[in-house]
Design a protein around this ligand. Structure first.
Ligand code: SAM
Length: 248
């Protein structure tokens, strides 16, 4: 199930990441760090861009889906961003997608990313804002389940609205040339964004039930997400980047 969810996450976000890497100008010879690299789609993209003269370090708490990517230009390491030390002032690009919202304290985790970028180096992140999600036509069951999802997310230490804070946090972390873009889309149910949302709800099912949610209502909310008659407004995807001060 988690592998299926990661695949959909990649399918949805990879085109946005391509735009972000293009805007930064990531290319031949760059030294890149991908933190919380997950299933490795961004690591692969970076390895292709940096070519034989560049390098990519891919780190995650769980490297089981990354190990096969190790090569002469890709190094894979098990790493906990909250407790392990990253190389300092070392990378042209530090990338972290769909990671910071899960980590607390978030600003300290971001500071770890920032300090790994060399002077003039870039930090690029993507984080969702789940507070913009809507289902139309809505229903009492959907509203209750969605509210229980947000409660369960916060109880687990996630910040479901973190995307909206990303721009301010990059500035607070001392980055310059900070830029952010936001994408929210409205789709008929059953397509990739609502399937992804449905699997994300499933991921928190146990915690939601512990907090009093009714499992049958969770099933019904997931069915609504997959029923073609409804329209779903996706989480807003917040893409932000900034540079370490200093030479570029
Ligand atoms: C939602 S997945 C995103 C994966 C990938 N960045 C992507 O966008 O396709 C979050 C990833 O962050 C990793 N992660 C969670 N906490 C972490 C930590 N403290 N340090 C490093 N990685 C972490 C998880 O193991 C998981 O692979």
């Amino acid at each position: 199930m988690e592998r299926a969810r990661l695949k959909l996450l990649e399918e949805y976000h990879d085109p946005l990441t391509v735009g972000q890497l293009d805007a930064i100008g990531v290319g031949e010879g760059w030294s890149c760090l991908d933190v919380g690299a997950g299933g490795g789609s961004v690591t692969r993209m970076l390895a292709e861009r940096v070519g034989s003269t560049g390098s990519v370090l891919a780190v995650d708490l769980d490297t089981s889906l990354l190990d096969e990517l190790a090569s002469d230009r890709v190094e894979v390491r098990r790493h906990d961003l909250l407790s392990d030390q990253l190389p300092q002032a070392a990378f042209d690009l530090v990338h972290a997608r769909l990671l910071l919202m899960f980590l607390s304290p978030r600003l300290r985790a971001l500071q770890q990313l920032v300090s790994a970028a060399r002077p003039g180096g870039w930090v690029a992140t993507i984080a969702p804002d789940f507070t913009t999600v809507a289902l139309s036509p809505t229903s009492v069951v959907w509203q209750r389940v969605w509210s229980q999802f947000l409660d369960a997310a916060m109880t687990g230490g996630w910040d479901p609205g973190y995307g909206a804070r990303l721009l301010g946090d990059l500035r607070a972390a001392g980055l310059v040339d900070v830029h952010a873009e936001y994408v929210a889309r409205c789709y008929p149910s059953g397509l990739l964004p609502s399937r992804l949302l449905s699997l994300t709800v499933e991921r928190l099912r146990d915690r939601m039930v512990l907090l009093g949610a009714d499992s049958a209502e969770i099933d019904e909310a997931r069915r609504l997400l997959e029923e073609p008659a409804s329209m779903v407004t996706s989480p807003t995807t917040c893409m932000a980047r900034g540079r370490q001060p200093g030479h570029s």
